[in-house]
Design a binder for this molecule. Structure first.
Ligand SMILES: [Zn+2]
Length: 64
C-alpha cells in the first residue's frame, strides 16, 4: 500500500442506503457489491469493510 492511499473513514461503520435503496459506504458512497463482493449480503456483513479511499477525492477548484 502506498502512502497516498488512505483508508476510508467509512470502514467499520454501518452501511447507508442510497436513493435507489442499495447499501453504500456512508463516506465514499461506493456500493456494497464493490466493497463486500457480490456473494455477500448486508446481513452477513453488517459493517462496511476496511477499504481505501478513491484517489479522485481531490476536486479541482471551480471558478464562479
Ligand atoms: Zn468508503
Amino acid at each position: 500500500m502506498s502512502a497516498t492511499e488512505m483508508s476510508c473513514p467509512g470502514g467499520g461503520k454501518a452501511w447507508t442506503v442510497d436513493v435507489s435503496g442499495k447499501a453504500v459506504c456512508p463516506r465514499c458512497k461506493r456500493s456494497f457489491t464493490t466493497l463486500a463482493g457480490r456473494h455477500r449480503t448486508v446481513s452477513n456483513m453488517p459493517k462496511v469493510p476496511e477499504h481505501t479511499r478513491p484517489k479522485s477525492q481531490k476536486v479541482p477548484r471551480q471558478r464562479g
